[in-house]
Design a protein around this ligand. Structure first.
Ligand SMILES: Nc1ncnc2c1ncn2[C@@H]1O[C@H](COP(=O)(O)OP(=O)(O)O)[C@@H](O)[C@H]1O
Ligand SMILES: [Mg+2]
Length: 516
C-alpha cells in the first residue's frame, strides 16, 4: 500500500504555476531525493505534504494516522529559556500523556543535540540560522516519524555531520523525502529521485547518478523515436504526392494519408535547468614558490583558534581544509587573504602568485550602490563592458540583469557574482571558503568542473563531499588549533587509521575530562 498519493495536483502563487497536474505515489520505506531548479517548487511541495499549504486543486491521499515531521529550509524555534525546552514545544511533547515516553523523547532530543554540536541550554532567541536548523533536525530525528520531510538539511552541517546524517537516514526504517543539492549525499542516501520540472513530478528508481543517466537516456530514446517517425512521415508524404493524382493508386494514397495522420511526434521538452560555465584561467603561470606559512597563531575570545601552524604550498597543490571547526578554517583564510592579523608567526606568498579570495561571508562586497556590471568591472583587467558582460553571461546573468543593484541580489546570485569575480581576476591561486553555499546543483556541478580544470593552486573548504574528493590532492584539518596535513585524497584520509589516530590524539588531549 502506498504511503501517500498526490493526484492531479495544482498549486500556484499568483500566476506562477508550481504544480500543474502533478502526480506522485510514494511507498513506505523509500528515501526520496527531491530535486529541481531553484524556485521550481520543492519547498512548496514539502509544505503541501506536511499539510501546511493547501492545494488549489487535486488531491492528497494519506495513510491514516501517519506521523509526519517537517524540517523547513529555515525553521523557527518557539520561545523558551533553552533550546531543549523550545524543541519540547516544537515537538508538542506536552500532548503526549505517557510520561515515560516523554522522558525517553527528551533524552533522545538531548542526545541528538549533542550529535549536532549544540548545547542543551543554548538560548533559542540568540541561535543563528544554522543552529536553529540543526536543532530542528535533532528534534525531527529524535521523534522518528513515519514520514520525515527535510528541506536542504545539509546546508548548515559540516562534512562530519553530513556523513553522520547519511548513516542515520540509511538506517532509518521509515520514509524520507529530502530536498538537497548535495550530489554525494543524494547518491549515498536515496532509493528514488523525484524531479520537479514544468509543474510535473517524475519519479525515478535509484540514486542521483542513476537519475542523471536515465533522464538523459529517456531524452535520447525520445529523439531517436522522433527521428524514425520523421523518416516515415517523409516516405508517406512522398508516396501521396506522387500517386494521389493517379487513379489506379488513389486507394493506396488515401490509406497512406490516414497512416500519416496517426503519426504523432513526441513533445520533447528539454529540462528547464541551466548550467553556468565556470572556467578559472590564470593570467600567468605560477612559479615554484607559492606560499610559506611559519608558526601562525591566533587567539579569539580566549580560544586558541590557530596554534603554531606551519606549512609550505607547492605549485601542484589543491588543498581541502576539512573538519568541523568552521571558525578555524575561516580565520586561516582571512589571515592568508590579508584581512586579519595573526598574533604570532608569518606567511609569505611567492612573487609569481596572484590570489583571489572567496570569503564565506560576502556581505561587505555587496554593501554599495553598484550595478552588477559596475561591480564586476572594478575587478576586471579590461574595462570594456562587452568583455565584462561575457563573464556575467557565463554565470547566467542575462543582459538586462547587468543593471540590477548588487545589494538586492539573492544569496545564490551573490555567489554567482563572486565566482565571476574569481574568473575575471585571472588569479593563479584561488582561496575558496565554502563556495557552494546557496548554489543549486547545476551551479555546483559547473563549479566542480571548473575546479578540476583549474591549473593553478587552490586552498578551499567545502561541505560538498564530491568536490573535495574530485579536486583535492592534499588534506588539512585544524583540531584544537593544531594542523594535520597529509598528501592524500579525502576518502583515503577518512579511511586512514593513522589519520584517525592523529585526529583522536588532538581531540582527547583537550577534552579528555569529559565523561561519555
Ligand atoms: N507563500 C508564498 N507566496 C508567494 N510566492 C511564493 C510563496 N512561497 C513560494 N513562493 C514562490 O514560489 C516559487 C517556488 O518556491 P519554492 O517552493 O521555495 O522553490 P524551491 O524550494 O524549489 O526553490 C518561488 O518563485 C517563490 O518565490
Ligand atoms: Mg526551497
Amino acid at each position: 500500500m502506498a504511503l501517500f498519493t498526490l493526484l492531479n495536483a495544482h498549486l500556484a502563487w499568483g500566476d506562477l504555476p508550481l504544480l500543474d497536474g502533478a502526480q506522485l505515489t510514494i511507498d513506505p520505506g523509500e528515501r526520496v531525493g527531491l530535486i529541481g531548479r531553484n524556485g521550481t517548487g520543492k519547498s512548496s511541495l514539502l509544505s503541501v505534504l506536511a499539510g501546511r499549504t493547501k492545494l488549489d486543486d487535486g488531491e492528497l491521499q494519506f495513510t491514516d494516522g501517519l506521523r509526519t515531521v517537517f524540517v523547513e529550509q529555515e525553521p523557527l524555534l518557539p520561545e523558551a529559556p533553552t533550546v531543549l525546552e523550545s524543541l519540547v514545544l516544537r515537538g508538542r511533547l506536552q500532548d503526549i500523556s505517557d510520561e515515560r515516553e516523554v522522558w525517553r523523547l527528551r533524552a533522545r532530543i538531548e542526545e541528538m543535540l549533542h550529535r549536532f554540536d549544540l548545547e542543551v541550554d543554548t538560548d533559542p532567541t540568540k541561535a543563528s540560522g544554522g543552529e536553529k536548523k540543526r536543532a530542528a533536525l535533532a528534534l525531527a530525528l529524535a521523534l522518528e516519524p513515519d514520514l520525515l520531510l527535510l528541506d536542504e538539511p545539509t546546508n548548515h552541517l559540516d562534512l562530519d555531520a553530513i556523513a553522520w546524517l547519511e548513516e542515520f537516514l540509511i538506517n532509518f526504517e521509515n520514509t524520507v523525502i529530502v530536498v538537497s543539492h548535495d550530489r554525494y549525499f543524494l547518491n549515498k542516501v536515496c532509493t528514488q529521485i523525484a524531479d520537479i520540472d514544468y509543474g510535473k513530478i517524475q519519479l525515478y528508481a535509484g540514486n542521483y547518478d542513476f537519475w542523471v543517466e536515465s533522464s538523459q537516456l529517456i531524452i535520447k530514446q525520445m529523439k531517436e523515436a522522433n527521428r524514425k517517425k520523421e523518416e516515415k512521415i517523409k516516405e508517406l508524404q512522398e508516396f501521396i504526392q506522387r500517386f494521389s493524382a493517379n487513379a489506379s493508386k488513389s486507394k493506396q494514397a488515401t490509406s497512406r494519408k490516414r497512416a500519416l495522420e496517426k503519426i504523432q511526434l513526441d513533445d520533447i521538452k528539454p529540462s528547464s535547468r541551466k548550467y553556468p560555465y565556470i572556467d578559472f584561467r590564470p593570467a600567468r603561470e605560477i612559479g615554484n614558490e607559492v606560499l610559506t606559512v611559519e608558526h601562525l597563531s591566533k587567539t579569539i575570545d580566549g580560544e586558541k583558534i590557530l596554534d603554531d601552524i606551519s606549512f609550505i604550498l607547492g605549485r601542484e597543490d589543491k588543498v581541502a581544509l576539512v573538519g568541523p571547526n568552521e571558525r578555524a578554517k575561516t580565520v586561516l583564510f582571512k589571515i592568508l587573504a590579508g584581512e586579519m592579523e595573526p598574533d604570532e608567526g608569518s606567511y609569505k606568498w611567492g612573487l609569481t602568485t596572484t590570489q583571489s579570495y572567496f570569503p564565506k561571508d560576502n556581505s561587505a562586497e555587496f554593501a554599495n550602490d553598484d550595478t552588477i556590471v559596475e561591480w564586476l568591472t572594478q575587478y576586471s583587467p579590461e574595462k570594456d563592458v562587452t568583455y565584462v558582460r561575457g563573464f556575467l553571461g557565463r554565470m547566467l546573468f542575462a543582459g538586462e540583469d547587468g543593471v540590477k543593484k548588487v545589494k538586492v541580489l539573492s544569496g545564490g546570485e551573490k555567489v554567482r557574482c563572486m565566482l565571476s569575480k574569481l574568473m575575471i581576476s585571472g588569479a593563479n591561486v584561488l582561496m575558496l571558503d565554502e563556495p557552494t553555499d546557496h548554489l543549486d546543483m547545476e551551479s555546483i556541478d559547473a563549479l566542480n568542473r571548473g575546479m578540476i580544470k583549474f591549473p593553478g593552486v587552490m586552498i578551499f573548504s567545502s561541505r560538498d563531499h564530491q568536490i573535495v574528493q574530485t579536486t583535492a590532492n592534499r588534506i588539512m584539518e585544524i583540531i584544537n588549533g593544531k594542523l594535520i596535513d597529509k598528501i592524500t585524497t579525502y576518502d583515503e584520509y577518512l579511511e586512514s587509521d593513522e589519520m584517525a589516530r592523529k585526529r583522536f590524539t588532538f581531540t582527547v588531549t583537550e577534552s579528555d575530562e569529559e565523561d561519555d
